[in-house]
Design a protein around this ligand. Sequence first.
Ligand SMILES: *[C@@H]1O[C@H](CO)[C@@H](O)[C@H](O)[C@H]1NC(C)=O
Length: 271
Amino acid sequence: MERKTDLKQKMKRFIVALYYIFFVFPKVTICLRVVGISVPSLKQRGESVTLTCDYDLEGGKLYSVKWYRDNEEFYRYMPRLRPPQHAHKLEGVKVDLEKSSARRVHLRDLTLKSRGIYRCEVSEEAPSFHSAQAETFMEIYYFPRENPRIVGHERPYVLHEPLDVNCSSAKAFPPPDLQWQINGQKVTEPSWLTTFDAKPAAQGLVISTLGLRAPAKPLMKIRCVATIGTHRRERTVLIETSSANRRKTSAHLTLVLILLSCILKIYQIIS
Ligand SMILES: *[C@@H]1O[C@H](CO)[C@@H](O)[C@H](O)[C@H]1NC(C)=O
């Protein structure tokens, strides 16, 4: 009988503990919040960046702030440790400890490898051990250093003959968007445009190519525009159109003249 009540007591305590774990503690510990993470969405290769993590401990004590890129830790700040900062080696992530703190981390010399999802994770000290986190994506751009190149425009084209020209961007990342313009008008006719796959270049960069197969016309100025976001580079060339039409009409005229003279001759013979 005594054993039974003992068991009942244990069960009761167990249920109370469960109740606390599932219903009371979570409410107590919801006080830590990561208010915001600030990571620029676009950066250029070679630039520096300051990432900030804003959190609200609401009375709790900070245990650690950890930063991750694509789930790999590269920086932690733990106020109990001396020194409180520690940076881990990670490709494309060069932490400047002097400019970093409990709420921000400064990265130098960004490379294309720096792109990824950045996450900050904040944890509180005992007894709550509660943690909160936020994440966001950072893209690294490499704008083309030169204007796009046009090939195939050097030779003369006969009127209405389809052009066979290509435009290739300088190496960049991500692949630049290419656009063709004829005398200032954007080419939208899909049958005139040939899209080629981006070609890989050194250091993870790429080259975009777009072909133009529009019919040649007189006084034709074609322009290729390469853009990444608001960054823009362009090149304009003139297409030389030979007057095949005039040659054709003169050929017709000669034929008509020959025919006429023949008719005249026949007429003379008959008469
Ligand atoms: C345009 O580029 C494509 C793909 O690189 C190539 O096959 C083609 O010969 C090029 N045309 C000209 C006129 O250069």
